[in-house]
Design a protein around this ligand. Structure first.
Ligand code: NAP
Length: 286
C-alpha cells in the first residue's frame, strides 16, 4: 500500500450524488498496483458550486480526474478546452492537463467501442445499429458509432424529440439516422432488420431489475447481438430475455472498464493495469 504524504498527487471525481461511485476504488487499486504516490478522491459538488470546484482543481494543483452526473455538460464552459469527441458528444467525463491548461474529453463513447470491439471485432459489418434510449449515454455511443463509420442508426426513445435531436447530430457526422418512439407502428420489423441492438435506457438498472425496454422478446433472434450498457445487474432482464431467444449478449461492465482505462491513461499518463481495475470493479459489483 502506497503511503500518502506531502508528495502525493491528487486526482478527483466531481458529481452529485457521488457516494455510489466505483471510480475511487478502481483508480486507487490501479495506483497501488503501479506503486504510484497518487490518491483519487470523490467530491460531492452542490448545485451552483461547479465553477468554484473547477477553480479549486486549478488552484490546488489537482492532477486531473473525472466528472459525472449531473455535471458532464455543465462543466464545459469552465474548462480551458475540450476535445473534438467531447464537443460532438456535448459532454465531458475526463479532466486532464495539457500545457498548463485544464482540458475535458469524453471516454464513454470510445470506451463503449473498445468493449464492443472485444466482443465483436467485426462490429463495423453490422451496417445498421438500433439504439434504445436517447439520453447522455446514448449520445456518447451514437457519436462514437458514427465517427467509427457505422452508416445507419435508428434511435427509439420514449420522448421522440430527444431521439430526433440525436438523429440530427448523427446526420451531421455522415450517418443515415432515424428517430422513433415506443408507440410507433411496425417496431417488430425495425427490430428484425437490425443486427446490433444497444440498450442505453436505465430500464432494468438496479434496484428496478424487473424492468426492461418495452419490446417483445419474440422480435429477437439468433441474428442479433444485444448489448445492455447497464452494469448492475450484470444480467438484466433484457439480456436474459435475449439470451433465451438465442441472441448473443453483452453487458455494460466492459464499457465501464474501458472508459475507465482510457480516462486513467489520459490523466495519469501511465499504462493502465487492466486486470487490477477489472478485478476491483467485479469485486464491487458482486
Ligand atoms: P439519462 O441521460 O437519464 O437517459 C435515460 C434514458 O432512459 C432516456 O433515453 C430515457 O428516456 C430512458 N428512460 C428512463 N426511464 C424510462 C421509462 N420508464 N420508459 C422509457 N424510457 C425510459 O441516463 P444516461 O446517463 O444516459 O444513463 C442511462 C443508463 O446507462 C443508466 O442505466 C446508466 O447506468 C448506464 N450507463 C452505463 C455506462 C457504462 O459505462 N456501462 C455509462 C453511462 C451510463 P426519455 O428521454 O424519454 O426520458
Amino acid at each position: 500500500m502506497v503511503k500518502i504524504n506531502a508528495q502525493s498527487q491528487v486526482y478527483i471525481i466531481l458529481g452529485n450524488p457521488i457516494a455510489h461511485s466505483l471510480s475511487p476504488a478502481m483508480y486507487n487499486a490501479a495506483f497501488n498496483s503501479l506503486k504510484l504516490n497518487c490518491l483519487y478522491m470523490a467530491s460531492q459538488v452542490e448545485e451552483g458550486q461547479l465553477q468554484a470546484a473547477i477553480q479549486g482543481i486549478k488552484a490546488l494543483g489537482i492532477r486531473g480526474g473525472n466528472v459525472t452526473v449531473p455535471f458532464k455538460e455543465k462543466v464545459i464552459p469552465y474548462l480551458d478546452g475540450i476535445t473534438e469527441e467531447a464537443r460532438h458528444i456535448g459532454a465531458v467525463n475526463t479532466l486532464y492537463w495539457e500545457r498548463g491548461k485544464l482540458w475535458g474529453t469524453n471516454t464513454d463513447g470510445p470506451g463503449f467501442l473498445c468493449a464492443l470491439e472485444k466482443e465483436e471485432p467485426n462490429y463495423r459489418d453490422y451496417n445498421h445499429a438500433l439504439i434504445l434510449g436517447a439520453g447522455g449515454a446514448a449520445r456518447a455511443i451514437v457519436v462514437s458509432l458514427a465517427l467509427a463509420g457505422i452508416k445507419n442508426i435508428t434511435i427509439i426513445n420514449r420522448k421522440r424529440e430527444k431521439a430526433l435531436e440525436l438523429a440530427a447530430k448523427a446526420h451531421t457526422l455522415g450517418c443515415m439516422a432515424s428517430a422513433l418512439d415506443w408507440n410507433e407502428g411496425g417496431l417488430e420489423e425495425v427490430f428484425r432488420g437490425r443486427g446490433l441492438i444497444i440498450n442505453t435506457t436505465s430500464l432494468g438498472m438496479n434496484p428496478q431489475e424487473d424492468k426492461m425496454p418495452p419490446l417483445n422478446p419474440l422480435w429477437l433472434g439468433p441474428q442479433h447481438l444485444v448489448v445492455d450498457i447497464i452494469y448492475k445487474p450484470s444480467m438484466t432482464l433484457l439480456l436474459s430475455s435475449a439470451s433465451k431467444r438465442g441472441c448473443r449478449t453483452m453487458n455494460g461492465i466492459g464499457m465501464l472498464l474501458e472508459q475507465g482505462i482510457l480516462a486513467f491513461e489520459k490523466w495519469s499518463g501511465y499504462k493502465a493495469p487492466v486486470e487490477v481495475m477489472k478485478r476491483e470493479l467485479e469485486r464491487w459489483l458482486e
